[in-house]
Design a protein around this ligand. Structure first.
Ligand code: TYM
Length: 351
């Protein structure tokens, strides 16, 4: 049965990229799948150990999940550290994965910067914990933005190596399912997870520079729309967004060498549920002075209710904590089932 898992770090404000690349998709998958959505607090201490208010940030992301429309009764919403099986499986995966695999991760190279020797060991092992998040539920589908693609390929590499290295024990214990791997069929314990990276906004770019990703860490607040921005801030940021002087092209191919125009059209498409071609159908040949106010109105219509709902939910931290506690209990039961099998396969004595 298909199972969806995804995670968001409780570091900084959520922005439009997080919403369109992740949250909006989390919401859309709820009708057709069982979903587990996790605030990954253990990942947040890999790049920076000491945070002013990590617990508060965890609650804020949870409020954003709920305000976007995730139903914590039908699905599971919790914070990662509450279910210690994530860290336990990550340790096993640290012994499955190779240092070379981790060294090749572009996010590690970006975040570690020049002084790699001085990055935390946790930052290097980050993708191994991410693989554990997903595979401790044996999740089959993971909705994410484009920047997580390499991490999900690594998750498949870890699952493949585990399945191969332990293939005999998996088969002996009857714990595998038949799955195709290249030419062969193997008896795998962990599924090869599919990334869900689709639609017009898998990589939302900075409003100040169409060649840079919209990100929590950009020093310019004008580069991103935060989920907590009010209507005036949203309108101002879109008005000030960088563009080229040409009007919008008359067909989508005309967006190719125009990163800022492409980004704004992609945002409009994702917020409205239209294709990029349909947006160009409406606005092709028009000036940005016409398109930008329409985009601002659409963004405010979509985001203002979410940010109001976030404020409402955040006013009741007891309620948010209750959601996380309940979600953690249900996630823990599922994670423990997987870990019982993993301990048996590896030979770690449990009960
Ligand atoms: P994080 O917290 O950086 O981002 C959360 C989600 O937002 C997406 N995203 C974007 N999408 C489109 N355009 C952008 N500019 C943009 N910026 C961010 C991210 O791709 C992500 O989907 N490693 C993950 C968290 C994680 C996780 C997991 C995800 C931990 N374990 C297991 C999936 C499954 C991260 O740092 O996301």
């Amino acid at each position: 049965k298909p199972l969806v898992f995804s995670g968001v770090q409780p570091t900084g404000n959520l922005h439009l990229g997080n919403y369109l690349g992740a949250l909006q998709k989390f919401v859309a998958l709820q009708d057709s799948h069982d979903c587990i959505y996790c605030v990954v607090d253990l990942h947040s201490i890999t790049a920076q150990l000491v945070h002013d208010d990590l617990a508060g940030q965890t609650r804020a992301i949870t409020a954003a999940f709920l305000a976007s429309g995730i139903d914590p009764k039908k699905h599971i919403v919790f914070n990662q550290s509450r279910v210690p099986q994530h860290a336990e499986l990550a340790w096993v995966f640290n012994c499955v994965a190779r240092i070379g695999w981790m060294n090749r991760m572009t996010q590690f190279k970006d975040k570690a910067g020049k002084d790699r020797e001085n990055a935390s060991l946790g930052l290097l092992a980050y993708p191994s914990l991410m693989a554990a998040d997903i595979l401790v539920y044996r999740a089959t589908h993971v909705p994410v933005g484009d920047d997580q693609k390499q991490h999900l390929e690594l998750t498949r590499d870890i699952a493949t190596k585990f399945n191969n290295d332990f293939s005999k024990r998996i088969a002996e214990r009857g714990l595998g399912v038949e799955m195709a791997m290249g030419e062969e069929t193997v008896n795998g314990f962990f599924p090869l997870t599919e990334p869900l990276i689709e639609g017009p906004a898998t990589r939302v770019m900075s409003l100040r520079d169409g060649t840079k990703k919209m990100s929590k860490s950009d020093p310019s607040d004008l580069s991103r729309i935060n989920l907590t921005d009010d209507a005036d801030a949203i309108a101002k940021k879109i008005k000030k967004a960088k563009t080229d002087p040409e009007p919008l092209p008359s067909d989508v191919d005309g967006l190719a060498a125009r990163p800022e125009a492409e980004n704004l059209v992609g945002i409009y498409a994702a917020l409205s549920g239209m294709s990029r071609a349909a947006v160009i159908g409406d606005f092709g040949g028009k000036q940005f002075s016409v398109f930008k106010p329409a985009l601002a109105e659409l963004a405010v219509d979509k985001l203002a209710p979410i940010s109001a709902e976030m404020r409402r939910i955040s006013a009741d931290p007891g309620f948010v904590d209750g959601v996380l506690r309940d979600g953690g209990e249900r996630a823990g039961v599922l994670a423990e089932q997987t870990m019982k099998s993993v301990r048996a396969i590896v030979g770690l004595l449990g009960d």
